[in-house]
Design a protein around this ligand. Sequence first.
Ligand code: 2IT
Length: 452
Amino acid sequence: MSKYLERVLEATKAKNANEPEFLQTVEEVLTSLAPVIEAHPEYEKVALLERMVEPERVIEFRVTWMDDNGQWQVNRGYRVQYNGAIGPYKGGLRFQSNVNLSMIKFLGFEQTFKDALTTLPIGGAKGGSDFDPAGKSDAEVMRFCQAFMTELYRHIGPDVDVPAGDMGVGAREVGYLYGQYRRIVGAFKNGVITGKGLPFGGSLIRPEATGYGAVYYLNEVLKHENDSIEGKRIAISGFGNVAWGIVKKVAELGGKVVTLSGPDGYIYDADGLVTEEKIDYMLEMRNSGRNKVQDYADKFGVPFFAGEKPWGLGSDKVDIIMPSAMQNDVHLDSAKKIAASGIKYYIEVANMPTTNDALEFLKEQKHMIIAPSKAVNAGGVAVSALEMSQNSERLVWEAEEVDAKLKSIMKNIHDSSAAAAERYGLGYDLVAGANIAGFQKVADAMMAQGVF
Ligand code: 2IT
């Protein structure tokens, strides 16, 4: 590692010592950039890395709303506008009780490189609140979203910053957020937020996009290995929107997802989630707000493993692993089980689902192929960018058109990541390749625009 890279990494650690998740992603990304920084001594003079790790702007605000008992509640809201070199800031909002600045900064940093990888003109941002919609009434969620947007509206706009959903922010929340924006501003403003409902500027395929995109990316990996998805058994975690998209596309292509997980444990369905009834039941489970995957086991009579994650299954049961739930879902002990199982494909889907030591360990396994989330899950934000295009054109594209674009974007992300790694003599290293390809585009844009 070059002296410059080392110095920036150490300084970032010292400056953000109380932000562990943020430091985790900075360390992961910067470490894999070593050969690029070596090849570009001109970056040091203009403090490129120092500028890249520092968000352009952090907005933190109070959100006051009234609960159903007439009691006022106060939450904290965030929007981190990380890097706008490539286009308007773009990234989701996460509503969950554990949201803090470290989490939003980690997600915003990742988002910057992910958005660059899509090749579409979008910068990186993330936002959210420590408000948890689970267990709240519909009216409470609406009042919270209205209060949140009453502050956020002044910081966003179609040429400035275009938010979307993330965990805890689905179609319902996006609707309420957009409604309040429209009430305040009194104009469509090209939709201003993506993931909208179809009647008011939403894009076909956006709900499916993250999951579909992940499977399209997986397909490119399998093609590279002269392999196919036909008959493959896939273990995923989570059972939310992203998991649903994966399950649907995998079933359509002749594979089968055999696990789902929730905070309560995981289910194993040897027949696979391949029927319409099972796939639709995922939506029911999510909409129930119970947040229990055991409901699936009870309904379909399959085994449920309380308090466990689906990472202990052997290669007699699973061919591909796709962590699709949340950050730091796979620790070193799970990584060791996965490596020992002989399973070949480890395809990250959720943002930063693997701890750094676990990821390092998995990358060392010669029999395995590891794909990184910032590439694999980029289909979601890519279709968000397509929603922005449709909104600015005042058109709605057909599902087939959006899907075809999504497919070609995912292929491009895979191919450009593989090529970037090749260029630096790293072989088929999709993790380093995604970091390098994403970084290079952001770096080129920042270099071209001068120092500020
Ligand atoms: O992590 C992500 O890429 C998202 N939550 C989607 C962001 C977006 O703008 O669609």
